[in-house]
Design a protein around this ligand. Structure first.
Ligand SMILES: O=C(O)C(=O)Cc1ccccc1
Length: 294
């Protein structure tokens, strides 16, 4: 038996046993068939209750208000980069990251029309970003229309004349659309990282990561450098760094830093204490087991 099959059996046993202990509810971004729905199903299996949400903000709200136990949102893509709606919502939210999940994303062009007659293509901006070369080659000059999710794009293209959607094979079945082209993403190993949100983080394991955000005094030369040196001094490896406008005032940024380790590890606790000296606001967004193989 392949390791994928074993993993699927294990997931379903865990899913069924969790649901016996009480109802597990999961809010996810998009409508049924979205990539986030797929990531959620890979994590939680088929024995939990799923609640589709139109926006990423709605997923955060659902978890924050306690309407659902977990929420699933896209965080970043290996080809097109950060999902800014998720980053921005972390700035104001109190929810925690409980786990991460990676999903290989293969995009399909779906339509009930011939390729030559397509006048508009629907999809999520992330999907457009991941298929730019293919679209510029095969559908040059054709209008690209953003939708809330790729599954919403598939649904829309069933009713809009001369339209197509960038979506996936599950949505082709779900919405009765033909597959005009397979694997149209620019990078074959195109992968999206998702976060599973909850009101608390996971317990420490041997292999965790922690995401935090902080601001620094921009008027002070070397303020960001001083902040990051804390991790070097504690021999803590960083796995991601990004920034977003703080919205406090123009040209002022919030920095996102992901590090190897758990927020309850002594060395991480000590480094966060030291970091406070060099930054203005500091928020730990959660610790979760590293799901990357290498
Ligand atoms: O629109 C979707 O299906 C999503 O879940 C967001 C997304 C879009 C494209 C790639 C990965 C995730």
């Amino acid at each position: 038996m392949s390791s994928d099959s074993l993993h699927a059996i294990y997931r379903e046993i865990m899913s069924a046993s969790t649901s016996l202990q009480g109802e597990t509810s999961v809010a996810y971004f998009g409508s049924p068939g979205s990539y986030t729905h797929q990531a959620a199903r890979e994590k939680f299996g088929d024995s939990v209750l799923y609640y589709p949400q139109t926006t990423i903000n709605d997923v955060f709200d659902s978890v924050g208000k306690g309407d659902t136990t977990y929420g699933v949102v896209p965080f970043e893509n290996s080809t097109f980069g950060s999902v800014v709606a998720t980053f921005d919502r972390f700035i104001s939210s109190k929810v925690q990251i409980f786990a991460e999940a990676y999903l290989k994303v293969n995009h399909y062009l779906l339509s009930n029309f011939k390729l030559e007659s397509i006048k508009k293509v629907y999809s999520h901006p992330q999907a457009f970003g991941q298929c730019q070369k293919w679209l510029d080659t095969h559908l040059k000059g054709v209008q690209r229309i953003d939708t809330f999710s790729t599954s919403k794009a598939a649904e829309l293209s069933t009713v809009e004349p001369a339209s197509a959607a960038i979506s996936n094979s599950i949505c082709a079945d779900l919405y009765g659309l033909n597959i005009l082209a397979k694997d149209i993403q620019d990078k074959k190993d195109n992968t999206t990282r998702f976060f599973i949100l909850s009101t608390n983080s996971s317990r420490s394991t041997e292999n965790d990561k922690t995401l935090l955000l902080f601001t620094v005094d921009h008027r002070k030369p070397g303020a960001l450098c001083d902040s990051l040196r804390v991790f070097k001094d504690h021999n803590i490896n960083l796995t991601k760094i990004d920034s977003r406008p703080s919205l406090q005032r123009p040209w002022h940024y919030v920095f996102f830093v992901e590090l190897q380790g758990h927020k309850d590890d002594d060395v991480v606790k000590k480094s966060l204490e030291d970091l406070k000296e060099f930054c203005l606001d500091l928020k730990v967004l959660g610790s979760y087991q590293n799901q990357l193989q290498d």
